[in-house]
Design a protein around this ligand. Structure first.
Ligand code: CP
Ligand code: NVA
Length: 304
């Protein structure tokens, strides 16, 4: 297996690498004591252009549990690229830190950081991808179902970052994925092409639809916010377009889906009702917990 050197997008991984990462994440979750020194002497920058609860805390606590040290940087000293260029930011950070975890508006910023710092960069969410989230989601499904190639997931909502990473993750692992979005909110054409190419190789079935009924019979149904961070869409218009895609108890029953998934934060009463989110079928908190284990597997792989 070739070594992990960064994680800007899940398409950087092949099936062997992704399987190994998930196995490692499970092992770290079950045997945390074996990894207490894994990041000894390492400092990792956590750079956030956007708000975060789960990603920030799970990286900070996770790095601590691996014996490393994290430095949190937000935009209080001005947006990145304003006081100095993104490249200067990256080359300076590389003088002191061993890796950069970054949540950014644009995927291009991650590439600039990676090139200028020459240190591993981990995507903590961008406009295009959320690979750490998808890793935690695959880990959660693996815990529930075992063999991912036998799982059918349905994603319902806006076809952006979280959806894109799930598409790539599913396609790499040979997992069936039905993506249901309103018209005009489908996934990016380039990401779709890449996912189709990977799916052809792995045997995954990737289906696109604009009808919630297409999610029928999936093992789990996954949704995300209707308005992503930085999206200035008119809330009333969003509500009107996305309302038929709400995941509520009636939809769960009608579609005969076993599990509900959400990356969180959830907007109760919009993309999901409290009844579903808080139900015994909801995996949302397991996904949140698994963020740390999945990310720790990435960190351990980078430095081992
Ligand atoms: N799911 C997720 O990335 O949550 P945060 O935005 O709180 O980090
Ligand atoms: N699509 C959402 C994910 C939040 C974790 C956003 O970008 O805001």
């Amino acid at each position: 297996m070739s070594k992990l050197t960064q994680l800007l997008c899940l398409a950087e991984l092949d099936q062997t690498q992704l399987k190994a990462l998930l196995e490692l994440a499970l092992n770290i979750k079950q045997n945390p004591q074996d990894y207490q020194q894994a990041l000894k002497g390492r400092s990792i920058a956590l750079l956030f252009e956007k708000p975060s609860l789960r990603t920030r805390v799970s990286f900070d606590v996770g790095i601590y549990k691996l014996g490393g040290h994290s430095v949190y940087l937000d935009q209080q000293n001005g947006a990145m690229g304003v006081r100095e260029s993104v490249e200067d930011f990256g080359s300076n950070l590389a003088c002191w830190t061993d890796a950069i975890v970054a949540r950014v508006y644009s995927q291009k910023t991650l590439v600039q950081l990676a090139l200028s710092s020459k240190k591993p960069v981990i995507n903590a969410l961008s406009d295009l991808y959320h690979p750490c989230q998808a890793l935690a989601d695959l880990l959660t499904l693996k815990e529930q179902y075992g063999d991912l190639s036998k799982v059918h997931l349905a994603f319902v909502g806006d076809g952006n970052n979280v959806c894109h990473s799930l598409m790539l993750g599913a396609a790499i692992m040979g997992m069936d994925l039905t993506v249901v979005t309103p018209q005009g909110f489908g996934p990016d054409a380039h990401v779709l092409l890449k996912a189709q190419e990977l799916a052809q190789h792995s045997g995954a079935k990737l289906t696109l639809s604009q009808h919630l009924s297409s999610a029928a019979g999936a093992d789990a149904i996954y949704t995300d916010t209707w308005v992503s961070m930085g999206n200035k869409a008119d809330p009333a218009q969003v509500q009107r377009i996305f309302a038929p895609y709400q995941i509520n108890t009636a939809a769960m029953q009608r579609l005969a889906v076993k599990h509900f998934m959400h990356c969180l934060p959830a907007h109760r009463g919009q993309e999901v009702t409290s009844e579903v989110l808080d139900s015994e079928f909801s995996l949302a908190l397991q996904q949140a917990e698994n963020r740390m284990h999945a990310q720790n597997a990435v960190l351990v792989s980078l430095f081992s």
